[in-house]
Design a protein around this ligand. Structure first.
Ligand code: DX5
Ligand code: ZN
Length: 214
């Protein structure tokens, strides 16, 4: 069964605990936390303090997406704050095997992400180092953007390469995901779908999450 990871970027920040309760009640599987530094991406969002504030109020798996330069410098901080999974970007990390090893040594799941313009070849040699590969279906930095259809083929090919390599990595897709494109992503081989606007813009979150899954 595919997992749904609502992105807190689209939540009501002033009422975050209540938003998390709504998501739990609506059947969310993971909580996706977007960390943006204004350098790797044009926007600034949250820091480790937010992850630490969320940690005691939920048992949900905290999926932390680092859109930051020098992610190596901040892994322990985010793990100490309570991240269950830490995903870095291949475009800005140094050695991918080294960073994966470091994340795992901290006891978190290790994820690697690629932007829409980044080819799969950038990460293909490292599929066994990571537990998760995050394929961006928009240019990272903002919620509410339009899904890039080219992602479907990229996910299919990634699925093929993961199977061929013997890796157990999950495929996560992030950006512009809604009830219209979710089915194609599931068929292409996605294991986790991140969704921000699609979930928060509909009053009936449970209905949206069901439709994204079914
Ligand atoms: C984009 C972020 C996404 C974003 C998704 O840079 O990584 O997680 O919040 O939001 P929607 O679903 O609105 O595209
Ligand atoms: Zn994200």
């Amino acid at each position: 069964m595919i997992k749904i990871a609502p992105s807190l970027l689209a939540a009501d920040y002033l009422n975050l605990e209540a938003e998390i309760r709504r998501l739990e009640g609506a059947g969310a599987d993971w909580l996706h936390v977007d960390i943006m530094d204004g350098v790797f991406v044009p926007n600034i969002s949250f820091g480790p303090g937010l992850v630490a504030a969320i940690r005691p109020v939920t048992k949900k798996y905290l999926d932390v997406h680092l859109m930051i330069v020098n992610p190596e410098k901040h892994l322990k901080t985010f793990r100490d704050a309570g991240a269950d999974n830490i995903t870095i970007h291949a475009e800005t990390a140094g050695s991918l095997p080294a960073i994966a090893a470091k994340i795992k040594s901290l006891g978190a799941g290790a994820g690697v992400s690629i932007n829409p313009d980044t080819p799969l070849n950038k990460i293909s040699g490292f599929l066994n180092d990571f537990q998760l590969v995050l394929v961006m279906s928009v240019n990272p930095g903002f919620g509410g953007q339009v899904f890039m259809e080219s992602t479907i083929g990229k996910v299919k090919e990634l699925k093929r390469r993961i199977s061929a390599s013997g890796s157990k990595a999950l495929i996560e897709v992030d950006g512009g995901i809604n009830e219209k494109n979710a089915a194609a992503l599931r068929e292409a081989g996605a294991d986790v779908l991140v969704a921000g606007s699609a979930i928060f813009k509909n009053e009936d979150m449970a209905q949206t999450i069901r439709r994204l899954k079914a």
